[in-house]
Design a binder for this molecule. Structure first.
Ligand code: CTP
Length: 412
């Protein structure tokens, strides 16, 4: 079941040109299974029509048509209180000023004053208006009042200027919304995650690699970030948009991944050491013994060619060996038969705390697929088998398991 299924989202729409992007936010939320109630301000309705909002949300729009003291108004106040989340997009300078002052002079601001649950604002305005001390004061006040902010971003604006003030993109708003709704069980924790394939160059035009898409690692990073962790994401070449908020550490070879991961594992940042490592990367076990500086030429007389390969360092084994007793290490094992038995042997050999085993030959599993069947094993024979699940949910369960293990470690 999708995370958004059955969630009630009120989307407040201020009077700014970025309102057109809010239509996409509504569409995506609905597609994901959420119920969306648009509440535009009168100015918002000059940028997007009631008919458009109604068609996209699949239900009534509550805006300027709602007169005070009309029957039904209280329902909308209740809805704002009961909604799982209120998103204000675009949050204009004027709307935020009114919110910060506690005004309730239209339906949206009245709802916001009655609101007690999570609220997320996506500011959008001209850069000069954004950087004005009055706006900054209002934003600081709203933050103090518990309103979360997403954006604004820097870039070209509809007014023809360029600078900070562009509303966050719909995908970023949805991700921020999801984080606002996820219990921060990993707040204050730092996670190291490896993801994707590595590339081992033979010569300037060729390399050895594998089919890893990086998706499992990406979902794991997103799940950790949603739970409030800081994430160092060491990744090989992948074609995925960066998880918002992750510290990206791109690498190419297994050697670089080893050095970068080890540095993150051993060196505290801002006084904070890594609490856990989840190694989802498909690291090349071997690299060419020598990288040729020139393109290797075909030997026309030789029907065969032999490559000499050298073993790469095992990152999982090394991080496990160098863990300080509080740190938890989780590996992944892609197997093609006798998965559990091989997994147990691998966990013992590599010395990690947890190993997520999947049989890549099973239907719905493996490289590039959106789903996975995982058995999570731990030391002392502990194990938990999960059915075929979206990788997103595998990642969430993994994060919960690590959270539980970290809790035990820190108790003892
Ligand atoms: N791994 C690693 N460094 C390597 C090789 C693997 O950190 N040089 C990690 C992977 O990220 C994964 C786990 O080890 O979390 C298991 O990877 P796998 O390829 O299944 O293990 P191998 O040691 O290569 O075992 P085999 O190829 O014999 O199955």
């Amino acid at each position: 079941m999708s995370f958004w299924n059955g969630k009630q989202i009120v989307i407040g729409i201020g009077g700014g040109i970025a309102a057109y992007k809010s239509l996409e936010v509504i569409r995506r939320l609905r597609e994901a299974g959420a119920m969306v109630v648009p509440v535009p301000t009168p100015a918002g309705l000059r940028f997007v029509t009631e008919l458009t909002l109604q068609s996209l949300a699949g239900g009534p729009v509550h805006g300027e048509l709602m007169q005070p003291r009309q029957p039904g108004e209280m329902d909308h106040i209740r809805l704002a209180r009961e909604a799982d989340l209120v998103i204000i997009a675009p949050a204009t300078a004027d709307l935020m000023a009114r919110m910060a002052a506690g005004q309730a002079d239209d339906l949206l601001t009245a709802l916001l004053l009655a609101r007690r649950g999570p609220t997320l604002a996506a500011p959008a305005m001209n850069p000069a208006m954004w950087s004005h001390p009055a706006t900054q004061r209002n934003v600081a006040r709203l933050r103090e009042d518990g309103v979360r902010m997403i954006g604004p971003e820097s870039g070209a604006l509809a007014c023809g200027e360029s600078g900070e003030g562009r509303m966050a993109e719909p995908a970023a708003i949805l991700e921020a919304a999801r984080r606002a709704l996820t219990p921060p069980i990993l707040a204050g924790r730092r996670f190291l995650i490896t993801a994707g394939p590595t590339r081992e160059e033979l010569d300037p035009v060729r390399f050895l690699t594998n089919h890893s898409s990086g998706k499992m690692g990406w979902e794991t990073a997103l799940a950790a970030l949603r739970a409030g962790a800081e994430v160092d994401l060491v990744h090989g070449p992948v074609a995925l948009p960066p998880p918002p908020g992750a510290r990206l550490l791109p690498v190419t070879t297994a050697g670089e991944m080893h050095a970068t991961a080890l540095k993150a594992w051993l060196e505290p940042r801002d006084g904070r050491e890594c609490d856990a490592a989840i190694l989802t990367a498909a690291v090349a076990d071997y690299r060419p013994a020598q990288r040729q500086p020139e393109k290797i030429k075909k030997e026309h007389e030789e029907p065969e060619m032999h490559l000499t390969l050298t073993q790469n360092p095992d990152i999982l084994a090394e991080l496990s060996a160098r863990a300080n007793g509080r740190q938890v290490v989780c590996g992944f094992a892609a197997e093609t038969g006798n998965a559990l038995e091989r997994g147990r042997e691998k966990l013992a050999r590599k010395g990690c705390d947890l190993l997520a085993i999947n049989d890549v030959t099973a239907p719905g599993c493996g490289f590039g697929s959106a789903t996975n069947i995982v058995t999570l094993i731990g030391r002392d024979g502990w194990q938990e088998s999960w059915p075929l699940l979206p990788k997103e949910e595998v990642a969430e369960r993994l994060i919960r398991a690590l959270h539980a293990l970290l809790g035990q470690r820190h108790q003892t």
